[in-house]
Design a protein around this ligand. Structure first.
Ligand SMILES: C[S@@+](CC[C@H](N)C(=O)[O-])C[C@H]1O[C@@H](n2cnc3c(N)ncnc32)[C@H](O)[C@@H]1O
Length: 204
């Protein structure tokens, strides 16, 4: 199946994300960026059109590499001057090493084996892995148009093969329970739509 319409346009994608997160859109980026130490090297998985890099990380971190399945997003990241890799993370054996490895709003793509991806993040992270994941479903908005946009925005165009699954907070907490004391912070973003986990690979 071809890439969804929304994923074809980086600007369109960001507009939809803004509509879904409303006044909390900026806060979702800050919540993650605030966990990245200054000058750290960063590997961002499922980077999409690069909003986190462009709006919060550029200029205050060391090296940045964005990874995405979607070639349009990879091209966009490179146009911004970032290093970018087109990779299917469900198939990637190992990831480039970085101080901080980030994944925002994308872990559900790897259900039912999301833990395998978090394990790969921890194997690649020197200092911390940061996972921010929606726990209040963007696709179940009371407003039908927003719910439909949410479904489109979060469908990578890979086909109807399981991407309907999403996390709720209990399921995400259960997954993160695997990492025990290595989880050094866990909090929801303003508005409660995403929960952020910071995991220190050295404490596993
Ligand atoms: C909902 S978007 C999140 C984008 C960005 N992190 C954000 O928070 O706005 C999910 C991203 O994951 C990417 N993606 C989905 N499956 C993937 C896979 N198997 N490997 C790499 N990237 C994937 C999609 O192309 C898309 O850019």
């Amino acid at each position: 199946m071809s890439t969804s319409l929304i994923y074809r346009s980086a600007a369109g994608y960001e507009l939809v994300m803004r509509a879904l997160y409303g006044r909390h859109y900026a806060a979702r980026l800050s919540a993650v960026a605030d966990q990245v130490p200054a000058n750290a090297s960063v590997l961002e998985l499922c980077a999409g059109p690069g909003a986190l890099y462009r709006r919060r990380l550029r200029g205050r971190i060391g090296a940045y590499t964005g990874v995405d399945l979607n070639p349009r997003f990879v091209t966009r990241l490179r146009r911004m001057g970032a290093s970018a890799l087109q990779l299917d993370l469900s198939r990637a054996e190992a990831l480039p090493i970085a101080d901080v490895v980030i994944m925002q709003a994308s872990l559900y793509h790897f259900l039912p084996d999301a833990a395998a991806v978090v394990d790969k993040m921890l194997a690649a992270a020197r200092l911390r892995a940061i996972v921010a994941e929606p726990v209040r479903n963007l696709t179940s908005s009371r407003l039908p148009l927003l719910a439909a946009l949410g479904r489109r925005a979060t469908d990578p165009g890979a086909g109807p093969d399981g991407h309907e699954q999403r996390f709720d907070e209990a399921a995400l907490d259960q997954l993160m329970g695997r990492y025990g004391g290595a989880v050094t912070a866990a909090f929801t973003i303003p508005g409660g739509r995403e929960k952020v986990f910071v995991i220190d690979p050295r404490l596993r």
